[in-house]
Design a protein around this ligand. Structure first.
Ligand SMILES: [Zn+2]
Ligand SMILES: [Zn+2]
Length: 135
């Protein structure tokens, strides 16, 4: 599978700039997660790419905090500005999700899928079906 952004160096940061990161490897296409946790934590839904942890370098972690939303499921955010940057799951410790909006554009990425649509709130016209792949 051809992965957008492969072979490129991507950079990103939180809103206040205290947390900066670099990805030296391929990024997964963006997936929108509408689950109830992502909805509350982001205020809408999580649009996330992901990277192999071996390719991810977080330059400054002083303000990085982790919220354990469920057993083994963690959301990483900046304690200064509140930006949601990362998501990780103990079931897949070698891979972190990255909030796509925290990447410096152009990202070269495309939004390809949408999950947990049934948990989207009623104000939001979410894509139909259980998993919708964007063409
Ligand atoms: Zn910040
Ligand atoms: Zn979610």
């Amino acid at each position: 599978m051809e992965v957008p952004g492969s072979g490129h160096r991507s950079t990103g940061q939180c809103a206040c700039g205290a947390i900066r990161y670099t990805v030296h490897g391929p990024l997964r296409p963006v997936m929108n997660c509408h689950c109830h946790r992502c909805r509350r934590i982001t205020g809408h839904f999580m649009a996330a790419t992901s990277a192999d942890l071996a390719d991810l370098l977080v330059q400054s972690t002083e303000t990085l905090r982790w919220y354990e939303a469920a057993a083994g499921v963690f959301y990483g955010f900046c304690s200064t500005c509140g930006s949601s940057l990362f998501w990780r799951n103990d079931d897949e410790p070698g891979r972190w999700s990255i909030g796509a909006g925290t990447l410096d554009p152009p990202t070269g990425l495309e939004t390809r899928s949408s999950i947990w649509i049934a948990e989207a709130s009623d104000y939001h016209e979410a894509p139909s079906g259980s998993t919708r792949l964007y063409d």
